[in-house]
Design a protein around this ligand. Structure first.
Ligand SMILES: [Zn+2]
Length: 148
């Protein structure tokens, strides 16, 4: 799906999509957004084939994200123990901030590194996505849009 090489691993994902204007309802209230988004959300299971190289990249990004999250939690726990016993200090303060930054960064690393396909439209007939690589797209034959 990324480089056009034959897939050795097939990841099964469920893509979710709702119209973009639904995002504006969060300005009214997060609760309104959750209700409207879940009412209008379309979901579609997809199979994403990956070659060995891209499968390894995907797995590595996932492991990195979980590793950063786990290390940050351990560091955060250590700073709490240190603050409780010795009352802290500059080094403990810096470690505390670093652990919080790590906890913020982990999901971003995970999302950025593992996102394969992003849905841009889903209805009962069509699933449109972005994120396939040029190596894959170059191997497709052009088709008329919209499909008949
Ligand atoms: Zn590949």
């Amino acid at each position: 799906m990324k480089c056009g090489q034959p897939g050795s691993t097939t990841l099964r994902k469920t893509l979710h999509w709702h119209p973009e204007w639904v995002g504006l309802t969060i300005l009214l209230s997060p609760l309104v957004y959750v209700i409207v988004a879940s009412a209008l959300r379309k979901s579609e299971p997809v199979a994403v084939p990956l070659c060995p190289t891209h499968a390894v990249k995907h797995r590595r990004a996932l492991i990195t994200a979980w590793g950063v999250a786990a290390a940050s939690l351990v560091l955060l726990g250590c700073t709490f123990v240190e603050i409780a016993s010795a009352g802290g200090g500059e080094v403990v303060g810096a470690a505390f901030v670093a652990s919080l930054l790590g906890l913020l960064a982990a999901p971003l690393v995970g999302i950025a590194g593992t996102r394969l396909l992003r849905p841009v439209f889903i209805d009962d007939r069509i699933v449109r996505v972005t994120g396939a690589g040029p190596g894959f797209l170059g191997g497709l034959s052009p088709s008329p849009w919209p499909p008949g």
